[in-house]
Design a protein around this ligand. Structure first.
Ligand code: ZN
Ligand code: ZN
Length: 147
């Protein structure tokens, strides 16, 4: 992500935190900035390595607490199948998530289709199942990799 773009995202996150009365602590902010600079999803331990350059005494719980917070605020999505994290491309509200994950270069693209969500919700309802969150992870090859 471009430098200006990640700055804009940090400012947006700061504003939202202020509105919600929650604190974007230095560690949370730092993790957010690292994710904003990444084009791909990144695992917790790689995040920790990067965080250590800014916060030398950072420990795994530092990262996990920051990630929990960022997920609660809807800033970050967890990709369960690869156990990694990616910044939400349009955070600010909770939404159903569909991820296109490239198996070759690791890029992650977030798409939003209400149609997919509604269909899933409808079919779940028919089974008497109440959906709380929904994340669809599609694996394959991105545009740059399938040539
Ligand atoms: Zn999102
Ligand atoms: Zn790719």
């Amino acid at each position: 992500m471009l430098k200006n773009e990640s700055k804009r995202l940090v400012t947006k996150a700061e504003k939202l935190c202020e509105q919600r009365g929650v604190r974007l602590t230095p560690a949370r902010r730092e993790v957010f900035e690292i994710l904003a600079a990444e084009a791909n999803a990144i695992g917790a331990y790689d995040l920790l390595d990067k965080l250590k350059t800014a916060v030398p005494n950072a420990k795994p719980p530092t990262i996990y607490r920051a990630l929990d917070f960022l997920q609660e605020q809807g800033f970050v999505h967890k990709i369960t199948s690869s156990n990694s994290y990616v910044l939400c491309s349009h955070f600010g509200h909770q939404h159903p998530v569909q991820m296109l994950i490239c198996e070759n270069c690791g890029s992650v693209q977030e798409i939003q289709s209400d149609g997919v969500y509604e269909e899933l919700y409808k079919q779940a309802e028919e089974q008497g199942f109440l959906v709380s969150t929904q994340t669809i992870e599609a694996h394959g090859r991105c545009r740059d990799c399938h040539i």
